[in-house]
Write a protein that binds this ligand. Structure first.
Ligand SMILES: Nc1nc2c(ncn2[C@@H]2O[C@H](COP(=O)(O)OP(=O)(O)OP(=O)(O)O)[C@@H](O)[C@H]2O)c(=O)[nH]1
Ligand SMILES: [Mg+2]
Length: 362
């Protein structure tokens, strides 16, 4: 008796017994359903271009997937969508937790959809792997916008490096634009490097603040002030209105001390309340002025070109790094060499060269 015939188990017990017709039919329909669940690249592209949200969501899921097969498919979809992308305005919204970003985006987004804009909201949230995605809660916080058929809200990709999340957001922007969204809003929590990443993928960068006790400039990073095209002081309602106006004056004074921007745009400071909606339409006016000006002086196009180059370089660096650190030969050596560096047995530079040479030979 051969080994094959000696096998026992449910599969061998059933060997030779033909399956009833009905099982085959249901298996076939199951397979068909499964196929239907995984649309082809062409189906996804044509779905997105005809503004089908399910296709858009599925394509973003592919972009966010860590499965290399999905990544390949996602690249094809992006390639097909690219000619239809680039036709939106991209606005970044940042601010410390609790400043009211989600509430502001809900009010601002609703304002835009009332005059026919199509708004997509994405997020770069490097902390989401820890907090299990604060923007996931936003879908319930942005109650009105979620229901709006001219809006699309996508919770952030989580559990990744900032570079990874940023790349996925960049690709999702392309997909949203191809699906007909003309205003893309990217929310990011004002911590770590995420602002810089978002600043590098948007046309207009909005810093949301709340008024404090007259020490508005304390604790605010100079870099963020420099990046901002507008500072909007939120929660200017009730007893807060007076304080918000004082804060506005203080920020205005501070901004005038900064060197002028490459865009020639003088950043604006306004106040608003995401709850009463006061000042929300002013924010749109400011942004419209910015777009008018930067289209006229050519900065808009130049900035996008520079951003494309920036992301290419970022992707190369990110890929090289992750490839380097995932090589078994490097993993095996790294800890040993780190110790040797600590003990001054080898200089940090010589150690780095040693590892890099090893990597080049792999
Ligand atoms: N009074 C007042 N409260 C506001 C305003 N905007 C937001 N809030 C409140 O501030 C709290 C935080 O608002 P969120 O919109 O969740 O803030 P966020 O910046 O998105 O917070 P994270 O996503 O956690 O970083 C909520 O309780 C809101 O109701 C406003 O204009 N006025
Ligand atoms: Mg939020």
């Amino acid at each position: 008796m051969s080994n094959f015939n000696k096998q026992t188990g449910s599969s061998t017990e059933k060997a030779g017994i033909s399956s009833p017709e009905i099982t085959n039919a249901s298996a076939i329909s199951q397979i068909k359903n499964k196929r239907r669940q995984q649309p082809s690249v062409e189906e996804l592209i044509s779905g997105i271009l005809s503004e089908n949200r399910t296709a858009l969501s599925r394509a973003i899921t592919l972009v966010e997937s860590t499965n290399p097969e999905h990544a390949e498919k996602a690249n094809e979809v992006i390639k097909g969508c690219l000619p239809e992308a680039n036709k939106s305005i991209r606005i970044g919204v940042t601010g410390v937790p609790g400043v009211g970003k989600s509430t502001f985006i809900e009010a601002f987004g609703k304002h835009l959809t009332t005059f026919g804009k199509k708004v997509a909201v994405l997020a770069v949230d490097p902390s989401s792997s820890l907090s299990h995605g604060s923007i996931l809660g936003d879908k319930t916080r942005m109650e009105e916008l979620v229901k709006d058929e001219n809006a699309f809200i996508r919770p952030s990709a989580s559990g990744e490096t900032l570079g990874g999340v940023a790349r996925k957001t960049r690709e999702s922007i392309i997909l949203c634009e191809a699906a007909g969204f003309d205003t893309i809003i990217i929310e990011t929590v004002g911590v770590g490097q995420s602002e810089t990443a978002v600043h590098n993928m948007v046309d207009f960068f909005l810093l949301l603040k709340i008024s404090g006790a007259g020490d508005e400039l304390q604790g605010i990073k100079r870099g963020i002030m420099e990046m901002a095209d507008a500072i909007v002081i939120n929660k200017a309602d009730g007893d807060n209105i007076k304080k918000a106006n004082l804060a506005k004056a203080e920020f205005n004074r501070a901004l005038h001390l900064f060197p002028s921007k490459k865009s020639s745009w003088q950043p604006k400071v306004t106040t608003c309340s995401a709850i009463t909606k006061d000042g929300i339409s002013e924010v749109w006016k400011t942004i419209s002025q910015y777009f008018e000006m930067t289209h006229e002086n050519g900065f808009f196009k130049t900035k996008r070109k520079e951003q494309n180059q920036f992301w290419m370089m970022e992707t190369i660096e990110e890929k090289l790094k992750s490839d380097f650190y995932s090589q078994p030969e490097i993993i095996a050596e790294l800890e040993k060499i780190k110790k040797a560096v600590q003990n001054n047995e080898i200089s940090p530079f010589a150690a780095a060269h040693l590892l890099l040479d090893k990597y080049k030979k792999i």
